[in-house]
Ligand binder design. Structure first.
Ligand code: UD1
Length: 420
């Protein structure tokens, strides 16, 4: 088991380069199933979820190998269309393989993707959309058996702008006859990145970033070399770390335009943020002020993935801030851990109210999920004394090496491995 030891109370000063985006690279790895020859993912982030995707690709008969910082994938030898229950449970975004396998093989067997870290994460919209394109899907003893001798393009209207469902349908639509229009599509930057990747392989996809995505199907896709976008939630993490601890940092490769709802609130709280094409600089000198209510919403609204991070940054602010979590049912699990450090947070249903306290104290705390775990690091940076953060495997799902990055930003962080 890994632990992070963070000695708080130091102002941050330094610079890091933002890693590639987890939420881009995962659907792109599924999309490699549609390309006939080698795909090179340049500077691919090394994450636990990327490893899980690599294992899925290999289990299907594909080749996936690291060459330095690049991940080389060749799916030409694919000879299976079923993903085992063990692999499906490792990662929630495994569901995105469904659309790609169906497009490539005309059939796919998967089980429901794992766990309920943030509350129920249904895939009903994914399945309804795939059925609209002509897939037959039945459930047999927990396995979803999907068949589509032929997928046919048409308009598919999503009941909610689900990121995963939009991506799944984009991939399936690449294998459908004719044109598919996904209406009420999610608008996240990662969907634009998936479109760019598919088009680099020879697909014809347009509209990503708006709520209507159009895919012309049945084009032959070839391999390409691609570098995915910088991770906006990792960027958010280090901005919140700075807001929490104070100081001045530079985030190379960070794109402020992907995070403007967060940066607007950080400015309101008292941070100075400037950005240019090469990155973001953030300065924070004084204790933060509380900000207006933070309501999570689909992009371009405030990202649910940054809710815990901003909450952690505001624990020592002057005044009270209201959070409203509208995306997932169970996304305040970090609050009990933050309370161990002396935070004052009251939760009632989807609302949490943070009342700033003067000081936080380092404490032994446990990661409850990926972003909740990163939020514990953000809080620990501002706490007096040492925090011992356990269950770091949650953080490893989405951060290449959070200890390395925080050290580069001037924090006192070490990682230890223990037997239990
Ligand atoms: C993606 C992100 C995740 C982020 C989330 C919301 C990836 C790999 N993960 O997750 O980090 O927190 O977007 O921004 O990109 N829903 C249904 N039925 C469905 C699908 C979704 O009811 O079939 C609901 C969900 O329960 C949730 C909402 O729609 O309340 C949004 O979920 P969705 O956008 O699908 O999130 P993910 O793609 O799972």
């Amino acid at each position: 088991m890994s632990q992070l030891l963070i000695r708080g109370g130091r102002r941050l000063e330094g610079e890091v380069t933002i890693q590639g985006a987890k939420n881009s690279v995962l659907p792109i790895l599924a999309a490699t199933l549609l390309a006939e020859d080698q795909v090179v993912l340049e500077d691919c982030p090394r994450l636990r979820d990327v490893d899980a995707s690599v294992r899925i690709l290999r289990s299907l008969g594909c080749r996936a190998e690291w060459q330095g910082e690049d991940l080389l994938v060749n799916t030409a030898a694919l000879d299976r269309w079923a993903i085992s229950d063990v692999l499906m449970r490792e990662m929630r975004s495994s569901a995105i393989f469904l659309g790609a396998i169906l497009a490539r093989c005309g059939q796919a067997d998967i089980s429901y993707p794992g766990g309920c870290e943030l509350g129920p994460r249904p895939i009903d919209l994914h399945l309804a959309g795939l059925r609209d394109l002509g897939a037959e899907i039945r459930e047999e003893g927990g396995v979803l058996r999907c068949a589509a001798s032929r997928l046919t393009g048409r308009e598919v209207v999503l009941g909610l702008p689900s990121v995963g469902a939009t991506e799944n349908l984009m991939l399936a639509a690449c294998g459908a006859e004719g044109t598919t229009v996904i209406a009420n599509a999610a608008r996240e930057p990662e969907i634009v990145d998936l479109q760019n990747f598919l088009n680099a392989c020879g697909a014809r996809v347009s509209g990503a970033g708006s709520s209507s995505v159009t895919v012309e199907g049945k084009r032959r896709l070839h391999g390409c070399a691609y570098r995915c976008m910088p991770d906006r939630i990792v960027t958010a993490t280090y901005l919140c770390a700075l807001a929490s601890a104070g100081g001045e940092i530079r985030l190379k490769g960070g794109v402020e335009g992907h995070l403007s709802t967060l940066t607007a609130l950080l400015r309101e709280a008292g941070c100075e943020i400037t950005s240019d094409r090469a990155g973001i600089t953030c300065v924070c000198r004084d204790r933060l002020q509380a900000v207006r209510p933070v309501r999570t919403a689909p992009y371009p609204g405030f990202p649910t993935d940054a809710q815990a991070l901003l909450m952690a940054a505001l624990l020592r602010s002057r005044g009270a801030t209201v959070f409203e979590e509208n995306m997932f049912e169970n996304r305040y699990r970090h609050v009990d851990e933050l309370t161990r450090m002396g935070a004052s947070v009251r939760v009632s249903g989807r609302v949490a109210v943070v009342t700033g306290v003067e000081t936080l104290q380092g404490a032994p705390v446990r990661c409850t999920d990926l972003r909740g775990g990163a939020a514990l690091c953000v809080a620990a940076l501002a706490a007096e004394g040492e925090s011992r953060i356990s269950a770091v495997h949650h953080i490893d799902r989405g951060y290449e090496d959070i200890a390395r990055d925080l050290r580069a930003l001037g924090a006192e962080v070490t990682r230890t491995e223990t037997e239990h």
